[in-house]
Write a protein that binds this ligand. Structure first.
Ligand SMILES: Cc1ncc(C[n+]2csc(CCOP(=O)(O)OP(=O)(O)O)c2C)c(N)n1
Length: 279
Protein backbone atom coordinates (compact mmCIF):
# COMPACT_ATOMS: atom_id res chain seq x y z
CA UNK A 1 0.00 0.00 0.00
CA UNK A 2 1.29 3.47 -0.85
CA UNK A 3 1.93 5.86 2.03
CA UNK A 4 -0.87 8.14 0.75
CA UNK A 5 -3.39 5.32 0.94
CA UNK A 6 -2.10 4.22 4.35
CA UNK A 7 -2.55 7.74 5.65
CA UNK A 8 -6.17 7.93 4.50
CA UNK A 9 -7.04 4.45 5.79
CA UNK A 10 -5.46 5.33 9.13
CA UNK A 11 -7.54 8.51 9.25
CA UNK A 12 -10.70 6.45 8.73
CA UNK A 13 -9.84 4.24 11.70
CA UNK A 14 -8.91 7.21 13.88
CA UNK A 15 -12.11 9.00 12.92
CA UNK A 16 -14.14 5.97 13.94
CA UNK A 17 -12.41 5.97 17.34
CA UNK A 18 -12.83 9.73 17.92
CA UNK A 19 -16.49 9.73 16.99
CA UNK A 20 -17.07 6.72 19.18
CA UNK A 21 -15.42 8.38 22.18
CA UNK A 22 -17.44 11.55 21.65
CA UNK A 23 -20.63 9.49 21.86
CA UNK A 24 -19.43 7.77 25.04
CA UNK A 25 -18.64 11.22 26.48
CA UNK A 26 -22.30 12.22 25.93
CA UNK A 27 -23.65 9.02 27.51
CA UNK A 28 -21.50 9.49 30.61
CA UNK A 29 -22.78 13.05 31.03
CA UNK A 30 -26.34 11.84 30.56
CA UNK A 31 -25.63 9.29 33.32
CA UNK A 32 -26.65 6.46 31.03
CA UNK A 33 -23.18 5.02 31.66
CA UNK A 34 -22.37 5.31 35.34
CA UNK A 35 -19.24 3.25 35.97
CA UNK A 36 -15.61 4.37 35.40
CA UNK A 37 -14.90 5.05 31.75
CA UNK A 38 -11.43 5.66 30.26
CA UNK A 39 -11.65 7.70 27.07
CA UNK A 40 -8.89 7.47 24.48
CA UNK A 41 -9.82 10.55 22.41
CA UNK A 42 -6.68 12.34 21.25
CA UNK A 43 -4.60 9.16 21.38
CA UNK A 44 -6.35 7.25 18.60
CA UNK A 45 -3.61 7.70 16.02
CA UNK A 46 -1.36 5.31 17.97
CA UNK A 47 -3.50 2.16 17.66
CA UNK A 48 -4.99 3.21 14.31
CA UNK A 49 -1.61 3.58 12.61
CA UNK A 50 -0.33 0.30 14.02
CA UNK A 51 -3.53 -1.60 13.19
CA UNK A 52 -3.36 -0.44 9.58
CA UNK A 53 0.22 -1.72 9.23
CA UNK A 54 -0.72 -5.04 10.85
CA UNK A 55 -3.73 -5.35 8.53
CA UNK A 56 -1.57 -4.76 5.45
CA UNK A 57 0.81 -7.45 6.63
CA UNK A 58 -2.20 -9.78 7.11
CA UNK A 59 -1.15 -10.52 10.70
CA UNK A 60 -3.53 -11.33 13.56
CA UNK A 61 -1.56 -10.60 16.73
CA UNK A 62 -2.50 -11.25 20.33
CA UNK A 63 -3.42 -7.84 21.77
CA UNK A 64 -2.91 -6.85 25.39
CA UNK A 65 -4.40 -3.42 26.08
CA UNK A 66 -4.74 -1.51 29.31
CA UNK A 67 -7.66 0.42 30.79
CA UNK A 68 -7.75 3.03 27.96
CA UNK A 69 -8.62 0.49 25.30
CA UNK A 70 -11.66 1.56 23.25
CA UNK A 71 -9.53 2.83 20.35
CA UNK A 72 -7.33 -0.27 20.42
CA UNK A 73 -10.39 -2.51 20.12
CA UNK A 74 -11.97 -0.46 17.31
CA UNK A 75 -8.72 0.02 15.38
CA UNK A 76 -8.04 -3.70 15.30
CA UNK A 77 -11.47 -4.45 13.89
CA UNK A 78 -13.47 -5.09 17.06
CA UNK A 79 -17.21 -5.13 16.48
CA UNK A 80 -18.55 -1.66 17.29
CA UNK A 81 -22.05 -2.78 18.31
CA UNK A 82 -20.54 -5.24 20.78
CA UNK A 83 -18.49 -2.42 22.34
CA UNK A 84 -21.57 -0.21 22.67
CA UNK A 85 -23.39 -3.12 24.29
CA UNK A 86 -20.44 -3.70 26.61
CA UNK A 87 -20.59 -0.09 27.79
CA UNK A 88 -24.32 -0.47 28.33
CA UNK A 89 -23.70 -3.58 30.44
CA UNK A 90 -25.55 -5.90 28.06
CA UNK A 91 -24.88 -9.64 27.77
CA UNK A 92 -24.30 -9.11 24.05
CA UNK A 93 -21.25 -6.96 24.84
CA UNK A 94 -17.78 -8.06 23.70
CA UNK A 95 -16.96 -9.03 27.31
CA UNK A 96 -20.56 -10.16 27.99
CA UNK A 97 -21.26 -6.88 29.75
CA UNK A 98 -18.91 -7.86 32.60
CA UNK A 99 -15.75 -5.93 31.65
CA UNK A 100 -17.05 -2.41 31.11
CA UNK A 101 -14.65 0.18 29.77
CA UNK A 102 -11.58 -1.00 31.67
CA UNK A 103 -11.47 -4.61 30.60
CA UNK A 104 -12.19 -5.07 26.94
CA UNK A 105 -11.87 -8.67 25.92
CA UNK A 106 -12.64 -10.10 22.51
CA UNK A 107 -11.93 -13.62 21.34
CA UNK A 108 -12.79 -12.51 17.81
CA UNK A 109 -9.82 -10.16 17.57
CA UNK A 110 -7.57 -11.89 20.12
CA UNK A 111 -7.79 -8.99 22.55
CA UNK A 112 -7.27 -9.83 26.21
CA UNK A 113 -9.06 -7.72 28.83
CA UNK A 114 -7.07 -5.75 31.37
CA UNK A 115 -7.47 -6.80 35.02
CA UNK A 116 -6.71 -3.43 36.59
CA UNK A 117 -3.10 -3.54 37.79
CA UNK A 118 -1.11 -1.00 35.75
CA UNK A 119 1.30 -2.75 33.38
CA UNK A 120 0.35 -6.32 34.30
CA UNK A 121 -0.60 -6.77 30.66
CA UNK A 122 3.13 -6.56 29.79
CA UNK A 123 3.83 -9.67 31.91
CA UNK A 124 0.84 -11.50 30.50
CA UNK A 125 1.62 -10.47 26.92
CA UNK A 126 5.23 -11.60 27.22
CA UNK A 127 4.15 -14.90 28.76
CA UNK A 128 1.57 -15.50 26.05
CA UNK A 129 4.04 -14.62 23.31
CA UNK A 130 6.76 -16.82 24.82
CA UNK A 131 4.50 -19.84 25.13
CA UNK A 132 2.69 -19.50 21.80
CA UNK A 133 5.36 -17.81 19.61
CA UNK A 134 2.48 -15.78 18.15
CA UNK A 135 2.96 -12.13 17.15
CA UNK A 136 1.91 -10.02 20.11
CA UNK A 137 1.29 -6.35 20.87
CA UNK A 138 1.32 -4.88 24.38
CA UNK A 139 -0.07 -1.36 24.86
CA UNK A 140 1.11 0.52 27.96
CA UNK A 141 0.73 3.98 29.45
CA UNK A 142 3.78 6.13 30.21
CA UNK A 143 3.19 5.57 33.93
CA UNK A 144 2.68 1.83 33.61
CA UNK A 145 6.07 1.42 31.97
CA UNK A 146 7.57 2.57 35.31
CA UNK A 147 6.40 -0.60 37.11
CA UNK A 148 9.21 -3.01 38.01
CA UNK A 149 7.42 -6.04 36.60
CA UNK A 150 7.08 -4.25 33.24
CA UNK A 151 10.85 -3.72 33.16
CA UNK A 152 11.39 -7.41 33.95
CA UNK A 153 9.06 -8.27 31.05
CA UNK A 154 11.05 -6.10 28.64
CA UNK A 155 14.23 -7.85 29.67
CA UNK A 156 12.75 -11.31 29.10
CA UNK A 157 11.32 -10.37 25.70
CA UNK A 158 14.76 -9.13 24.65
CA UNK A 159 16.56 -12.19 25.97
CA UNK A 160 14.17 -14.57 24.18
CA UNK A 161 13.95 -12.42 21.02
CA UNK A 162 10.16 -12.63 21.04
CA UNK A 163 7.98 -11.47 18.11
CA UNK A 164 6.48 -8.75 20.26
CA UNK A 165 5.79 -5.04 19.96
CA UNK A 166 5.61 -2.86 23.07
CA UNK A 167 3.76 0.40 22.50
CA UNK A 168 3.78 3.16 25.08
CA UNK A 169 0.92 5.58 24.51
CA UNK A 170 2.73 8.47 26.14
CA UNK A 171 0.15 11.13 27.06
CA UNK A 172 2.51 12.54 29.72
CA UNK A 173 0.11 11.86 32.59
CA UNK A 174 -0.30 9.36 35.43
CA UNK A 175 -3.85 10.45 36.28
CA UNK A 176 -2.80 14.12 36.81
CA UNK A 177 0.95 13.83 37.54
CA UNK A 178 3.23 14.80 34.66
CA UNK A 179 6.30 12.81 33.63
CA UNK A 180 8.72 15.55 34.65
CA UNK A 181 7.47 15.20 38.25
CA UNK A 182 7.81 11.41 38.24
CA UNK A 183 11.13 10.52 36.63
CA UNK A 184 14.29 11.72 34.89
CA UNK A 185 14.68 8.93 32.37
CA UNK A 186 13.20 8.09 29.00
CA UNK A 187 11.42 4.79 28.49
CA UNK A 188 13.21 4.40 25.16
CA UNK A 189 16.64 4.54 26.85
CA UNK A 190 15.68 1.94 29.43
CA UNK A 191 14.34 -0.37 26.70
CA UNK A 192 17.57 0.15 24.77
CA UNK A 193 19.57 -0.83 27.86
CA UNK A 194 17.75 -4.17 27.70
CA UNK A 195 18.94 -4.36 24.06
CA UNK A 196 15.51 -3.84 22.53
CA UNK A 197 15.20 -1.98 19.25
CA UNK A 198 13.60 1.16 20.63
CA UNK A 199 12.22 4.49 19.44
CA UNK A 200 10.76 7.70 20.82
CA UNK A 201 8.49 9.35 18.25
CA UNK A 202 5.36 11.46 17.99
CA UNK A 203 2.06 10.06 16.73
CA UNK A 204 2.38 11.11 13.07
CA UNK A 205 1.41 8.05 11.01
CA UNK A 206 4.56 8.40 8.89
CA UNK A 207 6.77 8.01 11.99
CA UNK A 208 4.93 4.91 13.14
CA UNK A 209 5.00 3.50 9.61
CA UNK A 210 8.72 4.05 9.20
CA UNK A 211 9.84 2.49 12.50
CA UNK A 212 7.69 -0.62 12.07
CA UNK A 213 7.93 -1.41 8.38
CA UNK A 214 11.13 -3.45 8.56
CA UNK A 215 11.20 -5.53 11.74
CA UNK A 216 7.64 -5.77 13.07
CA UNK A 217 7.23 -9.22 14.65
CA UNK A 218 10.67 -10.28 13.41
CA UNK A 219 12.22 -9.19 16.68
CA UNK A 220 11.08 -7.41 19.86
CA UNK A 221 10.49 -3.70 19.32
CA UNK A 222 9.68 -0.96 21.80
CA UNK A 223 8.10 2.33 20.70
CA UNK A 224 7.27 5.26 22.94
CA UNK A 225 4.75 7.38 21.07
CA UNK A 226 4.07 10.90 22.28
CA UNK A 227 0.41 11.73 22.06
CA UNK A 228 -2.31 13.82 23.73
CA UNK A 229 -5.19 12.88 26.02
CA UNK A 230 -8.14 15.17 25.34
CA UNK A 231 -10.36 14.22 28.28
CA UNK A 232 -10.11 13.41 31.99
CA UNK A 233 -8.18 10.38 33.15
CA UNK A 234 -11.51 8.74 33.97
CA UNK A 235 -15.03 9.91 33.15
CA UNK A 236 -16.07 12.65 30.76
CA UNK A 237 -14.60 16.10 31.28
CA UNK A 238 -11.73 18.29 30.13
CA UNK A 239 -8.65 19.02 32.30
CA UNK A 240 -7.09 21.61 30.01
CA UNK A 241 -7.55 22.76 26.44
CA UNK A 242 -5.39 20.67 24.12
CA UNK A 243 -4.22 22.13 20.85
CA UNK A 244 -2.95 20.23 17.84
CA UNK A 245 -4.16 16.71 18.49
CA UNK A 246 -3.21 14.37 15.67
CA UNK A 247 -6.71 13.73 14.28
CA UNK A 248 -7.41 17.45 13.92
CA UNK A 249 -4.04 18.01 12.23
CA UNK A 250 -4.51 15.12 9.84
CA UNK A 251 -8.07 16.18 8.97
CA UNK A 252 -6.79 19.61 8.10
CA UNK A 253 -3.97 18.19 5.99
CA UNK A 254 -6.15 15.65 4.14
CA UNK A 255 -8.82 18.26 3.41
CA UNK A 256 -12.33 17.86 2.04
CA UNK A 257 -12.11 14.09 1.53
CA UNK A 258 -11.28 13.57 5.21
CA UNK A 259 -13.95 16.00 6.37
CA UNK A 260 -16.56 14.02 4.45
CA UNK A 261 -15.33 10.70 5.86
CA UNK A 262 -15.44 12.15 9.38
CA UNK A 263 -18.99 13.51 8.93
CA UNK A 264 -20.30 10.22 7.56
CA UNK A 265 -18.71 8.16 10.32
CA UNK A 266 -20.13 10.54 12.94
CA UNK A 267 -23.65 10.06 11.57
CA UNK A 268 -23.23 6.30 11.42
CA UNK A 269 -22.03 6.06 15.01
CA UNK A 270 -24.73 8.39 16.35
CA UNK A 271 -27.34 6.16 14.72
CA UNK A 272 -25.79 2.98 16.06
CA UNK A 273 -25.84 4.35 19.62
CA UNK A 274 -29.46 5.45 19.20
CA UNK A 275 -30.46 1.98 17.97
CA UNK A 276 -28.70 0.15 20.81
CA UNK A 277 -30.20 2.47 23.42
CA UNK A 278 -33.68 1.81 22.08
CA UNK A 279 -33.23 -2.02 22.24
C1 LIG B 1 -0.14 -1.05 40.32
C2 LIG B 1 -1.16 0.04 40.23
N1 LIG B 1 -0.93 1.22 40.84
C3 LIG B 1 -1.83 2.23 40.74
C4 LIG B 1 -2.99 2.06 40.02
C5 LIG B 1 -4.00 3.21 39.92
N2 LIG B 1 -3.96 3.75 38.56
C6 LIG B 1 -4.82 3.36 37.59
S1 LIG B 1 -4.51 4.07 36.12
C7 LIG B 1 -3.23 4.97 36.74
C8 LIG B 1 -2.44 5.88 35.85
C9 LIG B 1 -2.05 5.19 34.61
O1 LIG B 1 -1.27 6.04 33.80
P1 LIG B 1 -0.70 5.49 32.43
O2 LIG B 1 -0.14 4.13 32.60
O3 LIG B 1 0.22 6.52 31.89
O4 LIG B 1 -1.98 5.31 31.50
P2 LIG B 1 -3.03 6.41 31.04
O5 LIG B 1 -4.08 6.47 32.10
O6 LIG B 1 -2.31 7.70 30.86
O7 LIG B 1 -3.61 5.88 29.78
C10 LIG B 1 -3.06 4.70 38.10
C11 LIG B 1 -2.02 5.33 38.96
C12 LIG B 1 -3.20 0.80 39.41
N3 LIG B 1 -4.28 0.54 38.68
N4 LIG B 1 -2.25 -0.18 39.51
Amino acid sequence: MSYKNYRLKTFEKASLCRNFENEVFKRVNEKIINFPVYLSAGQEYVPSSIAQIVKDKKQKPLIFGQHRGHSIYLSFGGNIVELIDELLGKKTGCTRGMGGSLSINSNKINMFGHEGLMGSNACMGVGACFSSAKPTIVFLGDASVEEDYVLASLSWAAKKELPILFVVEDNNYAVLTKKKDRRDWKAKDVAKAFKLESYDIDDQPKNIFSVLKKNLFKKPIFINVNTKRLFWHSGAGVDEEVKGDRLTLEKKFLGKKAEKIHRNIKKKIENLWKQRLEK
